[in-house]
Write a protein that binds this ligand. Structure first.
Ligand code: XCC
Ligand code: SF4
Length: 649
């Protein structure tokens, strides 16, 4: 059943994926695309959100003839409950990832995680200051222990709101207080959401949706923000770095190891271990020229940002990477790793290895990664992959040529630095460029790919259109990988594609028009950037006033639902290229797409085509600029103190 109705060129955008999809069909390997065909006519009750299987009087489905479930729940209750559960699932995923990192930080502080260290002490001290932890004249380990304990309390707090919320602009915090959505401890929010959405508890769709926003804030300004902060402390704050993306990064004569998933602990250690001359020697003894390490999905983003390790592909290239026939080992941890991987690997020699006790797949080798002995564990895995090199079948190998250069690594610190230089690092030049109209606004394009639509097509079309219109684009997750493959993460892309004003800014500082800010948890960097813009002054005093929009063009994960919600609750309008499963309730739909705006100053917008999305985004940015009184292209001028005061800076 590997052959399907659609042509491969209708399914994927980039050449490398196309080549591999054709090869997969030829070799009769099933992929998500063929399985999508087999799932044709997906359940309409599911897609409109009106299927409830929360209790065993059901499952119940809402139809004109049966407008109520057995318990009496109507479409609005059912849709809102399902939606809340999606947000909760996404929040749990990001936050559990964050928790593991905090626990690792704690172990490092206690000297119990050999191989790991606090790589970025400055980041640690910056974080300590944010939480009012005494850090001067204290050892890094002691500060780290205090910080880890405070962050752990953000997970367990019962009746106190998250400490991490205080990193948001003051007015933003007031908005959350007024709307009673400031979350308590992350774990409590998740438990409460599951409780409220079980049979016979919370039935008021609005009350449920407000809890969805509240829970999502525990993700964006909680679990995700914490995950990013702690990753930077342990593994280093990203700075601009060059690399390449797409399947062409795989080596023809090297042992290829792919890391896939989300957690950086193992992949970061592998990035260090491959440099060991012993490993190279071992690979040479096996007849290879060396070892190539590359990433898939967000693990790719993590090690790209910090080590310049190349990206092999995004979410929907995980199967295609194996189809190259040139991958000795794929290491998987948590999130977005398809259970199909061992089936795809059957046709080739690739060994799939899972490394986390909480994430196992039948047919996959499980080797638990030992944090206490991290470097040694990483080396053992590398050697095991090298041992598999001899099983590579040259007749089955076809590595696409395509690989595209990129610059990644744009943490908020990095952006400040490139804008203002070492001594005057700040967002001022960006705010000024926005105020003067050289940059129309800032748009975050995030999220996954989805085989329902042609992979990367929407993301790339929209990105190009925005860049042409002088919009600075911030990217994370698989949307960033799409741009990487498309060549949009190079400074040269500004010269070629950017509108006049954006081009001028990019040329001056030598940055690409599209900034890769990291993995999905690093969407918190977008919140951080928005906060910096507010604090820098001249563009309003809460996030909803700045000309900024978020877009999830080809999303598929529950995590994207949570991200969308915390963006909206933080005042950033969100454009969805794939609809939520809510159309079965007009009330839920109008709340999320309309009334939310009265509460947070932002809402969701469904735009199924990139052209429609671009138009909507420009409209939103112009409206925000109009309100700020900056909607005229101004002459470029240097601001003096008086100007700044006039702007309320
Ligand atoms: Fe997963 Fe983060 Fe989505 Fe990519 S973008 S498919 S969630 S890897 Ni976050
Ligand atoms: Fe049906 Fe109500 Fe049970 Fe849901 S909770 S399955 S609507 S009876």
């Amino acid at each position: 059943m590997a052959h399907s109705s659609k042509k491969p060129s209708e399914r994927v955008w980039d050449e490398a994926s196309l080549e591999m999809l054709v090869k997969a069909e030829r070799e009769d390997v099933e992929t998500c695309h063929t399985r999508m065909d087999a799932q044709h006519n997906q359940c309409k009750f599911g897609t409109s959100g009106i299927c409830c299987r929360i209790c065993h009087m059901g499952p119940c489905r809402i139809t004109p003839k049966s407008p109520l479930g057995v318990c009496g729940a109507d479409a609005h209750t059912i849709v809102a409950r399902n939606f809340l559960r999606e947000v909760t699932g996404g929040t749990a995923a990001h936050s559990d990832h964050g928790r593991h990192l905090v626990l690792l930080l704690k172990k490092i502080a206690q000297g119990k995680a050999s191989g790991y260290e606090i790589k970025d002490e400055q980041a640690l001290r910056r974080a300590a200051q944010l939480y009012n932890i005494q850090e001067t004249d204290r050892k890094a380990a002691d500060v780290a222990l205090d910080l880890a304990n405070i962050l752990l309390a953000d997970f367990t707090a019962q009746e106190e709101t998250l400490k991490t919320l205080t990193l948001a602009p003051v007015k933003q915090q007031k908005i959350w207080d007024t709307n009673q959505v400031a979350p308590y401890g992350i774990d409590r929010m998740i438990v409460e959401s599951m409780h409220r959405s079980t049979m016979g508890v919370d039935h008021d769709y609005k009350n449920l949706l407000m809890q969805a926003f509240r829970t999502s804030l525990a993700d964006g300004w909680g679990g995700s923000r914490i995950a990013t902060m702690v990753s930077d402390i342990i593994f280093g704050t990203p700075m601009p770095i060059r690399s390449d993306a797409n399947l062409g990064v795989l080596g023809r004569k090297t042992v290829n190891i792919l890391v896939h998933g989300h957690e950086p602990e193992l992949s970061d250690m592998l990035s260090i271990a491959i440099k060991d001359p012993q490993i190279t020697a071992y690979a040479k003894a096996a007849g290879a020229e060396g070892v190539t390490l590359a990433g898939i999905c967000c693990t790719a983003n993590e090690i790209l940002m910090r080590h310049g390790i190349p990206i092999a592909g995004s979410f929907l290239q995980q199967e295609l990477a194996i189809v190259t026939g040139a991958v000795e080992m794929m290491l998987i941890d948590v999130q977005c790793c398809m259970p199909s991987l061992p089936q795809v690997a059957q046709t080739y020699h690739t060994e799939i290895v899972s490394t986390k006790a909480i994430a196992r797949t039948e047919g996959v080798t499980h080797i638990e990664f030992d944090e206490r002995n991290a470097l040694e564990s990483a080396k053992q895995l590398l050697k095991r992959a090298i041992d598999n090199y001899k099983n590579r079948d040259p007749k089955k190998v076809a590595i696409p040529k395509k690989r595209t250069p990129l610059v990644g690594g744009f943490s908020v610190e990095a952006i400040k630095y490139i804008l203002g230089g070492k001594f005057r690092a700040s967002f001022r030049p960006l705010n000024d460029a926005i105020i003067q109209g050289r940059i129309k606004g800032v748009v975050g394009i995030v999220g996954c790919n989805n085989p329902k639509t042609k992979v990367d097509a929407y993301i790339n079309a929209l990105t190009l259109e925005l860049v042409k219109n002088n919009v600075l684009v911030l990217k994370t997750g698989c949307a960033a990988i799409a741009s990487a493959k498309e060549g949009m993460l190079q400074p040269e892309a500004a010269l070629e594609h950017a509108g006049h004003g954006l081009k001028e800014v990019c040329e001056t500082v030598g940055m690409p028009p599209v900034l890769h800010m990291g993995s999905c948890v690093d969407n918190s960097r977008i919140l951080e950037a928005a906060t910096e813009i507010v604090l820098e002054g001249g563009l309003g005093d809460d996030i909803s006033q700045i000309p900024a929009v978020g877009v999830a063009p080809e999303w598929m994960s529950e995590k994207a639902v949570a991200i969308g919600c915390y963006f909206v609750a933080s005042g950033i309008d969100v454009i969805l290229g794939q609809p939520f499963h809510i159309s079965g309730s007009d009330k839920v739909t109008s709340f999320l797409n309309g009334e939310a705006r009265n509460l947070f100053g932002a809402s969701f917008h469904e735009c199924l085509e990139p052209e429609q999305a671009a138009a909507k985004i420009i409209e939103i940015l112009d409206a925000k600029r109009e309100k700020l009184g900056i909607n005229k292209k101004q002459e470029r001028k240097l601001y003096d103190m008086q100007d700044r005061r006039a702007l309320g800076v």
